[in-house]
Design a protein around this ligand. Structure first.
Ligand SMILES: [Fe+2]
Length: 278
């Protein structure tokens, strides 16, 4: 991993060089064995990791669920240990994938306090970005939490907003959240219609309007929740242009991994619209 000064230099560069070249960094994936609703065994975890490699992913941030129904388990130290064991297994099985530690953290008023005592994780354990999962059944305004995180220098990434019916009915609240350092992450398979028509429509709206700036697999297994980054990249490339696809699937995930500033897509979306008009 590069030094902090390299990261700062990368922030200043107008064209960011992802660590992964043309390969993907997946910032949201349930690939650790026997910790949540991802793989139950190491063998299943290795199968999922092989599928990630086949999907051209070279680095994955393992993001097991934290808090919510996993409140009594999956603390940071356990996740770091599980990541280290999985990396060793990947090496001994010749699977070319690096795993970093992270969490898919259910929103909870104790988050800042739990970060302080190292019970929950930021993405890639880097201290800059936290992946937040909204409750599935109800809608709550999490602005106070976003403000508190921001005051501690932590930027929130909200996972799969397209899959939360309540959020699509509250566009003003979403825009209010985005005034803080908040970023939206779309699930790759939502863009392919695998979470239904409402999530499909919402995912494309959020991406094409420039509100969502990251795509990740949120993969859990090889059946209903398999990785589909390549297919999503190709679909975005044909709908919104290759520059947008590259930014949301390769460059911005790489920036999250390195703790660099996430780039907006708005300027590229405007220039690709102009290209279409010509
Ligand atoms: Fe997740």
């Amino acid at each position: 991993m590069d030094s902090i000064s390299d990261n700062l230099d990368a922030n200043k560069r107008s064209v960011f060089e992802p660590i992964s070249g043309d390969k993907y960094v997946d910032i949201h994936c349930h690939c650790l064995p026997a910790v949540d609703d991802g793989p139950s065994t190491m063998s299943e975890a290795l199968s999922l990791c092989r599928a990630l490699v086949e999907d051209d992913i070279c680095v994955v941030i393992a993001t097991p669920h934290q808090l919510g129904r996993f409140s009594d388990c999956n603390e940071s130290a356990e996740i770091r240990e599980a990541v280290s064991v999985l990396n060793a297994e990947l090496k001994s099985n010749g699977i070319a994938l690096s795993v970093m530690a992270g969490g898919d953290v259910r929103v909870d008023e104790r988050i800042c306090q739990l970060l302080e005592v190292d019970k929950i994780l930021t993405l890639a354990d880097g201290g800059r970005y936290i992946l937040l999962e909204l409750p599935h059944q109800s809608f709550i305004d999490i602005e106070p939490l976003l403000i508190e995180l921001s005051s501690r220098g932590i930027e929130s990434i909200i996972s799969h907003p397209e899959r939360h019916g309540g959020l699509s009915g509250e566009p003003k609240i979403l825009l209010k959240w985005l005034k803080h350092p908040v970023h939206l992450q779309i699930t790759a398979s939502s863009l392919l219609g695998e979470f239904g028509s409402k999530a499909l429509e919402s995912a494309w709206h959020l991406l094409s309007s420039g509100l969502a700036v990251l795509v990740a697999t949120d993969s859990h297994d090889l059946s209903g929740r398999k990785p589909s980054m390549k297919a999503a990249f190709e679909r975005i490339s044909s709908q919104l242009g290759p520059a947008v696809a590259r930014l949301v699937c390769i460059e911005n995930p790489s920036r999250v991994l390195k703790g660099c500033a996430i780039a907006p897509t708005k300027n590229i979306l405007i220039s690709s619209d102009k290209d279409k008009e010509l």
